[in-house]
Structure formats: C-alpha cells, structure tokens
Design a protein around this ligand. Sequence first.
Ligand SMILES: [Zn+2]
Length: 127
Amino acid sequence: MAAVWAENSYCQRRQVGALIVKDKMIISDGYNGTPSGFENNCEDETGATKAYVLHAEANAITKIACSNNNSKGATLYVTASPCIECAKLIIQAGIKRVVYSEKYRLTEGIELLERANIEIVYIGKEE
Ligand SMILES: [Zn+2]
C-alpha cells in the first residue's frame, strides 16, 4: 500500500510513500512533496529537488501532529530506507517498528534507528 501511495507523489526524481499503522489501523499516510498550500512540483528549473520538499515519513508523522491521534508504539511502513533526518523524527514520534522495501546507499538513518532500539524489517520489493 505504501508503494501505491508513493505513486501520488508529484516528485519527478524519486517517489516515496509512507503509512503509519497503530492498533491495526492506518492512522497516517504521506508521500514526498511540498508543504500544504504550496505548488505541487518538487523540482526547480534546474531539476534539483527544492529545499522545502518534505520526505514521505516526515509528511506522515507531521500529519499526526495535526490530528487527535498519536504515533506512540506505531509501525511505519515506507518504500525507501529512512534518511537520518527522518530517522530522528521517527525516534521522537515514539514509533517502535519500521518496515521498508528499498535499500539506500546511505545507511546512517537505519543505524540511528537501530541505536534507538527500533525494530527494523526489510522486505524486498515485489516486481
Ligand atoms: Zn528522509
């Protein structure tokens, strides 16, 4: 489902989707993109990703901050391995388990999650 959600992203360079599940219910979702109310395109004229584009995990986590729910003890499903910036948010959001399907060359995000004793599950992408 996170992979299907990634297809909603307007970003050209990379599309990432995330879902947050708690008590067997999807409590949030996100894909990489600009903040609410901003233009949808993620890249500038040179094709570079704009500095204010949020990652899928950040969008899913901050969406909960705008809701009456909370992510304590939840599982995050994400199509790509989290970067270090998102890893910090995942830890502070009280998420206890991260399931991802695409490895990234930088592993510092995953290493940080491991240090925080967050359960990490890698599942290969189905083609
Ligand atoms: Zn990130």
